[in-house]
Design a protein around this ligand. Sequence first.
Ligand code: NAD
Ligand code: TYD
Length: 366
Amino acid sequence: MQNVIVTGGAGFIGSNFVRYLLGADHQVRIINLDALTYAGSLENLKNLPASERHIFVQGDICDRALVDDLLARYQIDTIVHFAAETHVDRSILGPEQFIRTNVMGTFTLLEAARRYWLDEKANPVAPQEVRFHHISTDEVFGTLQPDDPPFSEITPYAPRSPYAASKAASDHLVRAYGHTYGLPFTITNCTNNYGPYQFPEKLIPLMILNALQGRLLPVYGDGQQIRDWLYVEDHCEAILTVLRHGQVGESYNVGGGNQPTNLTVIHEICDILDELQPNSPYSPHDQLIQYVKDRPGHDRRYAMDITSIQRELDWHPRQSLSSGLARTVQWYLENPSWIDAIHQQQDYQGWLAKNYGDRETTSNQS
Ligand code: NAD
Ligand code: TYD
């Protein structure tokens, strides 16, 4: 792994991965291809270690000519593919962009990689030294009942939101390119991430930022939905582990091994803020909790069996949910200028109005 394209490297997990990889591998050169949609920002890439080994290219993964040019110009041997539309609520209100980026974008990258790595006689990179690593999600497996066993690598796909369906389609394409053309690939399907630089449309940063400003904390439905949460740096370590030691053609489930309800997570965030900001006029922060109309088709529970990556590759999450949440809240408190930049974004204010403005409040506390 010498010359790596990271797609979506200005987004939440992508930017954390760029930072992590530059620190963990002192040879690698990263070409960071990101369109800078509402979810991506150069603010996420400030103060990188070894920034001389990081080249940022603003561009679209659906732009085949651009991808071809980058592959050849930088003699790329590895693609780590994060770029995607990622928010379930946005996919419900506007699915088209999800199909374009997540399905067509992944297809474009796969085609370009196939041509460059496997077809071109003049290609200076040996086919056995290349890798297409695709970042995916547990949501492709659908939803679980309370007593169902967790998702494993062989659980059949059953996506239920436009986001999950578009990610499932992209996973299928990656596997098809592996089996049909021999493209060397690996996939990681990960649970919900949280940590520094996460855009505050997702549960944890939304709750932290709302609580800091004394805004209501909108709980969808009864708040008893369950997610498995992973601190983002643990995810980055898992990806690098799979890149270095994973078996080509395999997918690995990655997760934090916890299953709190949304309400538990929100209360824990409030408790941390109460402790760190005892003089806040909004303390105790859980007085801000407000039940609101549920998300349509809301998946009830996700849980991941991570035995395979633990046993085979000796990867384990380092942060517990409590330690990860404490770090995360601290990071947002220490980075007010990052928060200001997002609050000034027109798109963000528009999103809050669109998703929450007319959302019915409920007294659903069952
Ligand atoms: P994000 O929404 O924070 O960032 C996505 C990035 O992709 C942004 O920087 C955006 O500008 C870029 N992008 C979007 N469309 C693009 C295009 N057409 N061309 C180039 N760049 C484009 O996403 P994230 O939360 O960091 O998620 C990254 C990946 O991890 C996604 O593939 C997602 O499905 C997967 N994933 C996320 C989670 C999670 O909890 N966030 C969990 C499991 C898997
Ligand atoms: P989210 O962070 O959007 O991730 P995902 O839907 O991909 O799991 O949401 C996490 C959980 O939090 C999910 O069950 C929906 C819920 N949620 C709320 O209750 N209120 C909110 O305002 C948001 C954004 C999410």
